[in-house]
Design a protein around this ligand. Structure first.
Ligand code: S3P
Length: 426
């Protein structure tokens, strides 16, 4: 696959279903009573890993592209998997399922690919152990493979040192099986899909400021959920529409939950011609159509409480900053180092290779925008968000941009290059 400069971007697109919401729909459906029906499900490798894990624990799940039916067996209906659960590349699967597995009366093991085996699991091992779970890193390095033995769980109040929805969700899910009210306080609010969706299934979850609390042993009932488009996938096209010349793009049906929509605020701060249309609530989540046009962008500071609301979009925000005038500073984002790749390093290496003036820092990067970009061979490190962000940079670069392995897009957006093909004019 090679990408080259475009004359314009025009059209109307829909991006695939939200990854976070798709994972949760399968998980919560599996531990609820009766049928859960998901439309708009993200048929990507990560969410397939979640489906595979629950099938391996006796849950009947049928899938036809973005339509999924889960025959839930209730809170205590999972059965012991015969083999090691395979979480693939998915951090969300690993961390959320660990909370559920901690409450089961069987022992399970889980493992994933090379990247997952390097990602920190101490952040869930610590609170789950405090709750009484028997969870350990098999290689004793704080990473997967993990062994989880069910044990009676104590309700705890956990002060999380990181703003992580995966940690928060893991503890809340274990809290379903605990002996009272479990709560988690975060330093900054992270995405709240678990709180919204699980209460729709019947859990008693409350949120007060930075603290989410859950009552144990609820009766959960299957739901019909319309999964909205993923703002993390829309982000590539938001940026494409803003940085490519003569562009006018409508991205329909995107989740705009404020705990996810940081990129909209930052794009607007940078001077983007961006509007939200047809704002509505779908299955408890805010949704809108996003209209973008070519814009003169100015650098800005990206830091503080907004970081968790745009953490997955920072690679493409860096591309946007490279095309803006002036300096953009990204701070307070050290979490980037423990994503599918070390995204501070991988973003800086690739943008530098395209001619951008960019310097990595301990918790982010400094970008002096405005240099003309030139094509390069992108080192993706098998990180889907790196491949897609740099495909967008390639749309404004002189010469060709190619990839060592663009196949990693299948993790969250299998048809990404098809969508690009449908809207570009060369
Ligand atoms: C996710 C939470 C975030 C995000 C990831 C999906 C989720 O991770 O980066 O892509 O679905 O809960 P952290 O919780 O590690 O910040």
């Amino acid at each position: 696959m090679a990408i080259s400069k475009v004359k314009s971007i025009k059209g109307e697109i829909k991006v695939p279903g939200d990854k976070s919401i798709s994972h949760r729909g399968v998980m919560f459906g599996a531990i609820s009573n009766g049928i859960t029906e998901l439309t708009g499900f993200l048929d990507g490798a990560d969410c397939r890993s979640t489906i595979g894990c629950f099938k391996a624990m006796g849950i009947d799940i049928s899938q036809d592209n973005d339509y999924v039916i889960i025959h839930g067996k209730g809170l205590h209906g999972l059965t012991a998997p015969k083999d090691m659960l395979d979480v693939g590349n998915s951090g969300t699967t690993t961390r959320l399922i660990s909370g559920i597995l901690s409450g089961q009366d069987f022992v399970s093991t889980l493992n994933g690919d090379e990247s997952i085996q390097k990602r920190p699991m101490g952040r869930i091992i610590t609170p789950l152990t405090e709750m009484g779970a028997n969870i350990s890193s098999i290689k004793n390095n704080g990473c997967a493979p993990l062994k989880i033995g069910g044990a009676p769980l104590k309700a705890i109040h956990y002060n999380s040192p990181v703003a992580s929805a995966q940690v928060k969700s893991c503890v809340l899910l274990a809290g379903l099986y605990a002996d009272g009210i479990t709560s988690v306080t975060e330093p900054v609010v992270s995405r709240n899909h678990t709180e919204l969706m699980l209460s729709g299934f019947g859990a008693n979850i409350t949120t007060k400021g930075l603290t989410a609390s859950i009552e144990s042993n609820p009766i959960l009932n299957g739901q019909k959920i319309e999964v909205p488009g993923d703002i993390s996938s829309a982000a590539y096209f938001i940026v494409a529409g803003l940085i490519c010349p003569n562009s006018d793009l409508l991205i329909k049906n995107v989740n705009t939950n404020p705990t996810r929509a940081g990129i909209i605020k930052i794009a607007q701060d940078m001077g983007a011609n961006l509007e939200l249309l047809n704002e509505r609530i779908v299955s408890g989540e805010p949704v809108a159509d996003i209209h973008v046009k070519t814009s003169d962008l100015q650098g800005c500071e990206v830091s503080g409480d907004i970081i968790p609301a745009l953490i997955d979009e920072i690679p493409v925000i860096a591309v946007m900053a490279a095309c803006a005038k002036g300096q953009t500073t990204i701070k307070d984002a050290a979490e980037l180092k423990v994503k599918e790749s070390d995204r501070i390093a991988t973003v800086c290496e690739n943008l530098k290779n395209m001619g951008c003036d960019i310097t990595p820092t301990e918790d982010g990067m400094i970008i002096n925008g405005g240099n003309e970009l030139h094509g390069a061979r992108i080192k993706t490190y098998k990180d889907h968000r790196i491949a897609m962000s740099f495909a967008i940079a390639g749309l404004v670069a002189n010469g060709e941009t190619c990839f060592d392995d663009e196949g990693c897009c299948r993790i969250s957006y299998p048809d990404f290059f098809k969508t690009i093909g449908a809207i570009v004019n060369r």
